[in-house]
Design a protein around this ligand. Structure first.
Ligand code: F6R
Length: 608
């Protein structure tokens, strides 16, 4: 989820590239760079941090000569946010510069092959294989060369390329990552989305998968990978730039809710091979895992809720006892941790002070640390023995959605990884489980289609002063997250209860009209949950039940039903949470709350 731009025209390229990158900063902002071709030399400028630093370094682009160039704002996936890892990346002979958005899944093998052939790499990125491959296969014909290299790449990519043999031609290509072409008067442009182009032109061409574009200041040519010229339609659109940044949604939160299928695909990307899990650069071997007698998961807020899901799944699949603790409690309770305990930290930002402190505590007691983190190069990632990145892309809304969902997805992979290493499940069960995991993005897409129905239902809670979520097993874990989502953005008091626990005191709060939302996707326990629903319904509660499609058991006792597609029972958190993210969003929306920036909250909690 990085931002890329490219320019070829009669004016200086650098000022346009920097302005374009500024518009794309919401896509990633840990480092940035530009490469501009002047004569037959490619000049690059890169900085760590925001585009502002790059603008300062180049006097808003004035110090960089040349009318053709590419730029990139990065959200690190492979390699920390450093100048070396910032794009553009160059070929060894300095003939090619490349910017890339996406993930090249087979980069490890490609990189190793190139290293064996004597190629020197300057970064840890997946992207850098591309300029080296362009150099290797260059035959004087740029289209043929790009096409050949595309044939070698697996995964997703949008590429912007300049080549010193083509002093006015900007080259672009894509597969599974977005790339558009802006058709101007005396300039033509590429960008990962319209926001970077809006100031210059309203005429755009959408590049499709496996297409290559050659842009000069006066012409745009789009070819297929066999070199055949394609007839592409120019679309004229009217832009609302801020809406475009939010992908047409009113708030980042809804945009991020809708990004979840893609984010989960990214979290799984390259990690399931031949029916088993593969983690790159992972030092926790089978031998080390055999010595582990307990797993302790530590996190805060929604990440803690993801951890609770993880506890259920890990224990079920691996039979290793798994504890879950709040980071703010963990280090002040003299935790019993030694080298036989595996500590798993979960954090979207990777900067949460309590989680970082817990990490240090566990490490000092000899525990191996695995962290599940979104932000590459963050403090938690750096301090861990192993990091499993969630690759969700930047999460802007304070209330997490895709952050949580990708944490849960990575926990599924981690559970399957341990189960395979320790042989606690047979190969077929693991393969079937992973196939079910791979289907989740599709199932979530189906739920997202129900947005309007959930929006209507959300009207019910606008006047609630307090409500309850109940569930058992993983339904309970999800109810904690659903309840937090609702209260943090709509400011309505809400509590989550393990359904069987209500009658031990809290049921006294159930009265006529009190909303109780029952999560009922865990069908093994449906009879037990039904009894709990009857208990609250008998006391006048307004019951909304979320169940699997086709399950009619709860209709009689419920005032309203929400259905989600049935999935493997260990994976219900991924589907069941979605309607309640949307429900919470709309309750807050109807109440006129500041959805992306709820009161009193911050995205990254760096104080204890
Ligand atoms: C809730 C939310 C918070 C975070 C918590 C931990 O929507 O976002 O509860 O989950 O502050 O943050 P990270 O995951 O960055 O450690």
């Amino acid at each position: 989820m990085c931002g890329i731009v490219g320019f070829t025209g009669n004016n200086k390229a650098a000022p346009f590239l920097l302005e374009g990158l500024k518009k794309l900063e919401y896509r990633g902002y840990d480092s940035a760079g530009i490469a501009v071709l002047s004569g037959d030399k490619i000049k690059t400028e890169k900085t760590v941090g925001r585009i502002k630093s790059l603008m300062e370094k180049t006097d808003n682009g004035k110090t960089v000569d040349g009318n053709i160039g590419i730029g990139h704002t990065r959200w690190a996936t492979h390699g920390a946010p450093t100048t070396e890892n910032a794009h553009p990346h160059l070929s060894g002979n300095l003939k090619f510069a490349v910017v890339h958005n996406g993930i090249i899944e087979n980069y490890s093998a490609l990189r190793q092959k190139l290293i064996d052939e004597g190629v020197a790499f300057n970064s840890q990125t997946d992207t850098e294989v591309v300029p080296h491959l362009l150099q290797k296969y260059y035959n004087g014909n740029i289209t043929e060369t790009v096409s050949k290299v595309m044939g070698l790449l697996e995964g997703s990519f949008a590429l912007g390329i300049v080549c010193s043999d083509y002093p006015d031609t900007l080259i672009a290509a894509k597969r599974f990552s977005p790339l558009i072409i802006g058709v101007g008067e005396k300039s033509n442009i590429i960008a990962s989305d319209v926001t970077a182009i809006a100031a210059v032109t309203k005429d755009i061409i959408y590049l499709e998968d496996d297409e290559i574009a050659l842009l000069t200041p006066s012409e745009v040519k789009v070819l297929d990978t066999n070199g055949k010229t394609l007839n592409k339609e120019i679309t004229t659109i009217s832009w609302d730039v801020s809406a475009a940044e939010k992908g047409g949604f009113k708030h980042y939160m809804m945009k991020e809710i809708f990004e979840q299928p893609k984010a989960i695909k990214q979290a799984l990307s390259g990690r399931i091979k031949n029916g088993e899990v593969y983690f790159e650069n992972f030092s926790l071997t089978k031998e080390k895992l055999k010595n582990i007698n307990r797993i302790v998961i530590v996190a805060c807020g929604s990440a803690y809720h993801a951890g609770i899901v993880g506890k259920y799944v890990i224990e079920e699949m691996t039979r290793i006892p798994c504890e879950i603790d709040l980071a703010s409690e963990f280090r002040y309770r003299k935790p019993i941790i030694d080298e036989k305990v595996l500590t798993v930290l979960i954090s979207q930002s990777g900067e949460t002070a309590d989680t970082l402190a817990a990490l240090k505590e566990a490490k000092s007691l000899g525990s191996h640390i695995v962290s599940i983190v979104n932000v590459v190069g963050s403090s938690i990632a750096k301090a861990s023995d192993d990091v499993l990145y969630t690759w969700a892309g930047p999460e802007i809304a304070v209330a997490t959605t895709k952050g949580y969902s990708t944490q849960v997805a990575v926990l599924y992979l981690f559970s399957a990884f341990i189960a395979k290493a320790l042989n606690t499940l047979d190969d077929k069960t693991i393969t079937d489980f992973l196939n079910d995991v791979k289907e989740l993005p599709e199932k979530i897409e189906e739920i997202l289609k129900e947005k309007d129905a959930i929006k209507e239902l959300a009207k019910h809670s606008v006047n609630d002063s307090s409500l309850f979520f109940i569930g058992r097993n993983i339904d309970y874990a999800v109810s904690l997250e659903a309840s937090l989502k609702l209260k943090e953005i709509s400011y309505i008091h809400s509590e989550s209860y393990a359904a069987g626990e209500l009658k031990h005191g809290t049921i006294s709060l159930i009265e006529e009209g009190r909303t109780v939302i029952a999560l009922a996707c865990c069908e093994t326990l449906k009879d037990k949950l039904l009894s709990n629903i009857k208990e609250v319904a008998a006391r006048g509660a307004f019951v909304i039940t979320c169940a699997n499609e086709g399950n009619t058991d709860f209709i009689k006792e419920s005032n309203e039903m929400i259905y989600v597609p049935k999935v493997n029972e260990l994976l219900i958190a991924s589907t069941e949470v979605i309607p309640f993210q949307i429900y919470s969003y709309y309750v807050a929306y109807y109440k006129g709350c500041d959805i992306d920036k709820p009161r009193n909250l911050a995205k990254s909690v760096t104080v204890e």
